[in-house]
Design a protein around this ligand. Sequence first.
Ligand SMILES: C[S@@+](CC[C@H](N)C(=O)[O-])C[C@H]1O[C@@H](n2cnc3c(N)ncnc32)[C@H](O)[C@@H]1O
Ligand SMILES: [Zn+2]
Length: 386
Amino acid sequence: MDSKIIYEGKVIIKVPKFEKITAKAPVFYNPAMELNRDLSVAAISAFKELVDHDISVCDIFTGTGIRGIRYAKEIDGVQKAVINDLNPLAVELSKENITLNKLDNVMVCKEDANIILRKCKGKFDVIDIDPFGTPSYFVESAAASLKSEGMICITATDTSALCGTYTEPCVRKYGAVPLKTEYCHENGLRILVGFIARIFAKYKKYIEVKFSHSTEHYMRIYAVIGKGAANTDESLKSLGYIAHCKNCLNRIVFKDLTPIIPGKCPVCGGIFKVGGPLWCGEMYDQDFICLMKDIITKLTLNKEDSANKLLDICIKEANAPVTYFEIHKVCKNLKTSAPPLIDIIDLLIKEGFFVSRTHFSPTSLKTNANIDELKNIIIDLKQLLN
Ligand SMILES: C[S@@+](CC[C@H](N)C(=O)[O-])C[C@H]1O[C@@H](n2cnc3c(N)ncnc32)[C@H](O)[C@@H]1O
Ligand SMILES: [Zn+2]
């Protein structure tokens, strides 16, 4: 295998030479996921600080070993990292990479991901699931395996299913109906979280989402797990549905598993499309994200600026309502051109509404103004600007 050396965080890693990123590579490595790995190092370090004891981590889809090796090298208090891949070439390369980084706290396995999780039940404080495509086949084993009060880190790259390009794959994999709207990335991330919450609930475990994001071609969530039937029942009250009107862009969030959803939009009488079940609860923990930012100042990250930019916007988003308004879409619906986003934000604030930008889209905002209130603000602003 033709290979080359790359540097990421504090590690040095041998990766296959590649012209194009493909799952068909002898061993998979994607440089575009460096930000994902940087944020993971920060999030697991924050988790380690919160639990205040040494931790064991499992990277069940390791590829070159880069993720688990980074956790072992860059996070203080990783007593043991188990890195695993079904591909024998990946296992060999991971062993070479452990030697290159002079680590003695990393162990390599060659198992199917579900098997290793079942075999190592109760052994890991952190389980990282970073598969090709959907993580849905592996969440059940993680739920059965993870220690109480552990953390799961889950990537999904099947964003077209989660965002509703086609409905059926999302229903098959996540048991949820997607909504193909301008805020489909948020819906998709919430469908993923809702799915994870329902799977963990079978084991009387509940999730507290610490940080989540949708970036480029993937979605990622970090959640800490709690235990107990009563708390789990309470947490499932965060599941619900979104009804969306394509005619006027009104949307209503129903935080309930058996809501009474009107068939027609109360604003314009258009037909409501309904998506869910999905997670209508918290998607970020401000204190946790601030801790990640603190930790980042002490790490060596190539993507430090991008990581901070994302974390800053997520801190603001933490208090925002579910769904966001894409301003060009709203203005098209109003048959007018879009005024500057910053002016809309300023006027909304002046009128007493909550507003934040969103990491999901640079041309969108989150607000507690409803669609009519937002449209009126835009109309007023256009008059002021003319
Ligand atoms: C997206 S790549 C992992 C990338 C890696 N986590 C990183 O950050 O570079 C997915 C990996 O899962 C491995 N894999 C696929 N199916 C598997 C299974 N059922 N059990 C274990 N490993 C599997 C593949 O060989 C591949 O290396
Ligand atoms: Zn409507």
